[in-house]
Design a protein around this ligand. Structure first.
Ligand SMILES: Cc1cc2nc3c(=O)[nH]c(=O)nc-3n(C[C@H](O)[C@H](O)[C@H](O)COP(=O)(O)OP(=O)(O)OC[C@H]3O[C@@H](n4cnc5c(N)ncnc54)[C@H](O)[C@@H]3O)c2cc1C
Length: 396
């Protein structure tokens, strides 16, 4: 089979290597716009369960990835400068570029034809193939060029966010909230190697404008945010990479997932807000399920519908959880009056997929503290009004 993949992100690379593993005679070509060491963003997090899938799918890359990861089990919620730790949330963090380099090496080892600095602008000009995979991210060119086929909808989150780094090492996934005269700021931070943490900041557009962040350049932006989070950064600076500007998170969905031997994968197909740390996981799982569909059905005509049938329900479940989490961050100002413990419970249950029982299983000490408060505190009672909140996802 001849397979052409547009985009060497997690989805494209993992699908390529799985197809080569399945049958070394497949001709697999990846066309990537950037170079092998260019990437946006800093570190990414995974829930532990992701790794079970990776181990079963390709043991060598699994071993390299886990060897490159920082691991922790705490989510820390920092509100009014009080840190509340919730344990039992298994996460791993890795530098995005390190992760991509591992997958690139594995692709080369298996004989994937990896072509960098090859921006795709025109689908008919692509090499002939049995299946074309659009794994070219949230702003997918493949999707745009076949818009009538895929019928995408792209909404944007209301908050502004910026993806920064810092040498301050945050052990665990730390969510820091700061109430400032210009508005409320949230930082999502975690260490992903021995020297660096990811530091993503989000705030409402009103806050962003009140702070004049719309008019600031790179240095001013970092200086402003270093001041906002001064007590939490311990004097360390914020770092930029190819100064990524403030963005609104794009919520991508597609009415159709495939057609005419073209299929979308990863962020080109669906996005999930970074606050549930699942975008890369979903991209990798897409690759696994699409390769399984090909193993069962052999031809594109049979494999692509099977892929959608096997995958769509799970993706929609995650997108809903991610949407609930995104909306929570858009309304975070409404919770700032809560005491730190009540606030932490609200934050931990924001995706509506983590309930009291799950918190008890993860961290009985935290759950007991919250329960003790619960008897007397109406605010906590309403924060814990979780009887309708339940689900099966592991780390949302
Ligand atoms: C702020 C932020 C934080 C995040 N944090 C996490 C996290 O902690 N954990 C997590 O799991 N996920 C996280 N994500 C999501 C994650 O980055 C994506 O879900 C994931 O990268 C999707 O993989 P992908 O392969 O589908 O797309 P991408 O990683 O976007 O890769 C697409 C590739 O296609 C290439 N490309 C694009 N257009 C063309 C073209 N025309 N021709 C050729 N090549 C092209 C691009 O250069 C890129 O290499 C985060 C996202 C954001 C925005």
């Amino acid at each position: 089979m001849r397979i052409v993949i547009v985009g060497a992100g997690p989805a494209g690379l993992y699908f390529a290597l799985l197809m080569k593993r399945q049958d070394a005679s497949h001709e697999v070509t990846i066309l990537e716009r950037d170079g092998p060491d260019d990437t946006f963003g800093w570190g990414i997090v995974f829930s532990d369960q992701t790794f079970d899938y990776l181990r079963e799918s390709d043991a060598p890359s699994y071993a390299a990835i886990t060897g490159a990861c920082e691991k922790w089990d705490n989510v820390d919620i920092v509100h009014r400068s009080e840190r509340i730790s919730v344990r039992g949330n298994r996460f791993s963090g890795v530098a995005r570029i390190r992760f991509l380099n591992i997958l690139q090496d594995r692709c080369r080892e298996l004989g994937v034809d990896l072509r960098f600095h090859q921006p795709v602008t025109d689908l008919p000009a692509l090499p002939r193939c049995d299946v074309l995979v659009g794994a070219d991210g949230a702003n997918s060119t493949v999707r745009r060029m076949r818009e009538p086929l895929f019928q995408p909808t792209i909404e944007h989150g209301r908050n502004k966010y910026i993806w920064l780094g810092t040498p301050k090492l945050f052990h665990g996934l730390t969510l820091t909230f700061v109430d400032h005269p210009t508005g409320v700021y949230a930082a999502h931070s975690y260490r992903f190697d021995s020297a660096t943490s990811t530091f993503i900041v989000e705030c409402s557009e009103a806050t962003w404008r009140a702070a004049r962040l719309d008019a600031m350049g790179e240095q001013e932006t970092c200086a402003w945010l270093e001041e906002i989070f001064r007590d939490h950064l311990g004097g360390q600076p914020l770092l930029t990479k190819n100064f990524v500007k403030w963005l609104n998170f794009p919520l991508v969905r597609n009415a159709r997932w495939y057609g005419d031997d073209v299929v979308l994968l990863g962020d080109a197909l669906h996005t999930a807000h970074f606050s549930i740390g699942s975008g890369t996981k979903l991209a990798l799982e897409d690759a696994i399920v699409l390769s399984q569909a090909f193993a069962r059905a052999q031809t594109s005509a049979a494999a692509l519908p099977l892929f959608e049938e096997m995958r769509r329900p799970r993706v929609e479940q995650y997108q809903q959880a991610a949407m609930d989490s995104l909306r929570w961050f858009e309304q975070m100002g409404e919770y700032m009056h809560l005491a730190p413990l009540a606030f932490a419970v609200e934050a931990m249950t924001r995706s509506k997929r983590v309930d009291v029982e799950k918190l008890k299983q993860r961290d009985p000490v935290f759950a007991a503290r919250a329960a003790e408060f619960l008897t007397g505190d109406q605010e906590i009672k309403s924060a814990l009004g979780l009887d309708k909140r339940s689900g099966d996802q592991e780390n949302l």
